[in-house]
Ligand binder design. Structure first.
Ligand code: MLT
Length: 408
């Protein structure tokens, strides 16, 4: 009989979001008429920007003729998309990133997990707690951890708690680590990092010859112009960081699928015998073997995000969701909740009330307000006692959800 990857057997329960769906479906089976409002998974609800739709329509038209037909594209993404990304997302912020260092892909979730393909075994790995569960689970699947202990923390990982007690700012690891996952604006807490904070991480990474995996999927939600959008705004980050970006949340591409990963050519890793190898070549080799690129049509849609119409429309989308976030914040604060995040991120992070734990509050909201959120403990042991509400929904649903919570 075929052997399975036994690391999968170390994974706890289901992946968080399918587990939430399972509970919601069980509830709906008993109350099929319940009018649920879903503020759980961070999935967008507003339509795609018109500029993107028009560009994709034009691309379909091109594809329907012999001259404009496109078969396999470059695995790394079309150069016209990589060029506009380099210019508008990086060079405009004085980040020295070239189009060759950008790899277009179908998602940051996949990339932040697939990147482990090019990293060896035996790295010491740090994650924040709470954390986006993909970082942890993909390390478990790759055999980089031991088993989970009582708190659900895996042996072999270094957990850096982020709670109200430290203002959701992780301390630098006290020990040596080789790989560090950072996410700003943060999923799930909504916290942001200042340039000084990022400088401290880059300094740590350089001192320890560590690699930072920087997830910037929510950078477009930053409202304060003084806050950095990219790790490459810090000098020296080209020598120690890979950055993940996505069109999912700024342009509503969660179902359309397009993202990109920046792997500077200056990044190095080492082999078991100590020889230096550049990571760009390994990632390029990995992608060209295992990935056939994003469709021409979708890449044309992503390119349109950078047009003046696309920029105006995505800005409008973000303002819309951020207004939802501020409605959630204001209402919950007026009800006496302790509220965090939601100012530079589409996630509001609150303390659960009345000594309920995260899953108890999840069930309470589901059963009594018919509102779905995400239990903080699903993001890690230090998320216990917290709850995440997503701002991705229609205005009327957000308002209705707040009215229902007020009546609890
Ligand atoms: C979330 O709710 O945390 C996000 O939707 C996850 C994701 O983008 O994969």
């Amino acid at each position: 009989m075929v052997k399975v990857n036994a690391n999968y057997l170390k994974l706890q329960a289901g992946y968080l979001f399918p587990e939430i769906s399972r509970r919601v479906n069980a509830f709906l089976a008993s109350k099929p008429d319940a009018q649920l409002i879903r503020l759980g998974i961070g999935d967008v609800t507003e339509p795609l920007p018109k500029a993107c739709c028009e560009a994709m329509k034009a691309a379909i038209k091109e594809m329907s003729g012999v001259e404009g037909f496109h078969g396999y594209g470059p695995e790394q993404g079309y150069s016209w998309l990589r060029e506009v990304i380099a210019k508008q997302d990086y060079q405009s912020r004085k980040c020295e990133i070239s189009p060759e260092e950008i790899f277009v892909s179908d998602g940051s979730k996949c990339d932040s997990s697939n990147i482990l393909d090019i990293l060896g075994q035996g790295n010491r790995i740090a994650v924040t707690d709470p954390v986006y569960p993909v970082y942890v689970d993909s390390n478990v699947m790759s055999g980089n951890t031991g088993r989970a202990g009582d708190l659900g923390r895996y042996e072999g990982l270094v957990y850096l708690p982020i709670t109200a007690a430290n203002n959701f700012e992780a301390q630098l690891p006290e020990e040596h680590v080789d790989l560090i996952y950072l996410c700003f604006p943060n999923n799930p807490t909504g916290a942001v990092a200042s340039l000084d904070q990022l400088r401290r991480w880059v300094a740590y990474a350089k001192e320890h010859q560590a690699l930072i995996l920087f997830d910037a999927a929510y950078e477009a939600f930053i409202q304060d112009p003084a806050l950095p959008h990219s790790i490459y705004e810090v000098d020296g980050a080209r020598e120690c960081a890979i950055e993940f970006r996505s069109f999912s949340k700024n342009a509503g591409f969660t179902g359309t699928r397009c993202a990109f990963t920046v792997v500077p050519k200056t990044l190095k890793g080492k082999t078991d015998d100590g020889a230096e190898i550049d990571l760009w070549s390994l990632w390029s080799r990995r992608q060209s073997t295992k990935f056939n690129g994003v469709s021409y049509i979708v890449q044309r849609g992503a390119e349109a995000v950078y047009s003046s119409e696309g920029q105006a429309e995505t800005k409008e989308l973000i303002s819309f969701y951020m207004e939802n976030a501020s409605i959630i914040r204001r209402k919950l604060m007026s009800l006496g909740f302790k509220v965090f995040g939601g100012e530079h991120a589409p996630y509001v992070w609150v303390n659960t009330p009345s000594n309920m734990d995260s899953w108890q509050f999840f069930d309470h909201l589901l059963h009594h307000a018919n509102v779905v959120g995400t239990p903080g403990s699903g993001f890690g042991a230090s998320g216990e006692g917290y709850f995440r509400l997503s701002a991705f929904n229609s205005r009327s649903n957000v308002e209705k959800a707040m009215e229902r919570i007020a009546l609890l």
